[in-house]
Design a protein around this ligand. Structure first.
Ligand code: AMP
Ligand code: ZN
Ligand code: FE
Ligand code: FE
Length: 289
């Protein structure tokens, strides 16, 4: 298949290396059959998805960026109730510092899982770590896998219900985990030759645009290079605001669906809920860096 420069791109995809349900190989197939121009596999705190994709080989019709999505602690600007995630693109997967830093985050995730299970047990839900591991494959356990086990056991009907009742921040089975400081995440990605990008700003859950501007200003000083302006859950007026801020601070704009396969069944790779499109030119700008 010929390469198509008018194709859309998806720079935010999770594989079975974290909590996506498609393997890297299946992701490459879907990207190709959906005629996407470029993708990045950005698993939570692991680069094994990207490693695997490169090992398999990238179809000639597709551009591929190595990626990761690091869970970070935001700079202390005001209350940040939501998720501060830093995406890293075009990283050197063999970089020693990056691999060591990710190992620490993976260790923190491992020790968090039994704590969540313990909380669920004390709430009366009979669920074991083995129940959860049955839902995972080779990859690392995340809260969505725990949610799946809760569905299998009949305690909830949907992933969202599991989060809303038990697993989300502020809910009774929520257990915090160690996160990398935002400045460290930015530096680790940069030191691995990569481009650090603030993921899905709307999910930071900020009270005002002014707080977001302050956050972007601080992160830009730390070395942030981009904002994930295009994201299926971003309201249109916020998308416009994020793109203005990106321009103002000299940051790249990126976009992706946060594809998780059947874990987020309403989100299609590259197309979100159907009306989502990220132009190939954003990929070209990113790789020109
Ligand atoms: P973890 O990496 O274990 O902290 O889990 C993060 C994952 O859980 C993300 O990929 C989200 O897609 C998912 N998630 C986080 N909050 C919610 C929520 N309120 N409802 C459904 N899924 C969520
Ligand atoms: Zn996820
Ligand atoms: Fe995220
Ligand atoms: Fe994500």
């Amino acid at each position: 298949m010929e390469f198509n420069g008018n194709a859309g791109i998806d720079l935010h995809i999770h594989s079975t290396a974290s909590d996506g349900t498609l393997s890297p190989s299946e992701i490459l197939s879907v990207a190709r059959s959906s005629h996407l121009g470029a993708i990045a596999i950005t698993d939570h705190d692991t680069i094994n998805g990207s490693k695997e994709a490169l090992k398999i080989g990238i179809p000639s019709s597709l551009k591929f960026l190595t990626g990761v999505e690091i869970s970070a602690t935001p700079p202390p600007v005001e209350n940040v109730p939501g998720s501060c995630h830093i995406l890293g693109y075009n990283i050197d997967l063999e970089n020693k510092r990056l691999n060591e830093s990710l190992k620490v985050l993976q260790g923190a995730r491992k020790s968090r899982n039994p704590q969540i299970i313990k909380r669920l047990n004390s709430l009366g839900l009979k669920i074991t770590i083995n129940d959860v591991l049955k839902e995972v494959g080779e990859g690392q356990v995340g809260r969505p896998h725990i949610a799946k086990a809760m569905i299998t056991k009949g305690y909830v009907h949907t992933i969202n219900e599991a989060f809303d009742k038990y697993l989300a921040q502020g809910k009774p089975a929520y257990q915090d985990k160690y996160r990398m400081d935002c400045s460290e995440a930015i530096h680790v990605i940069t030191a691995a030759g990569g481009i650090p990008v603030l993921a899905h700003p709307f999910l930071l859950g900020l009270q005002s645009r002014e707080i977001f501007r302050e956050l972007v200003a601080r992160m830009t000083e730390m070395g942030l290079k981009g904002i994930e302006v295009y994201y299926p859950e971003h309201p249109p007026d916020e998308t416009i605001y994020y793109s203005k801020l990106a321009k103002q601070y000299g940051l790249f704009m990126t976009g992706g669906t946060d594809f998780h396969g059947s874990l987020k069944p309403d989100i299609k790779m590259g197309f979100g809920k159907g009306d989502f499109f990220v132009p190939f030119s954003l990929y070209e700008q990113l790789v020109s860096f």
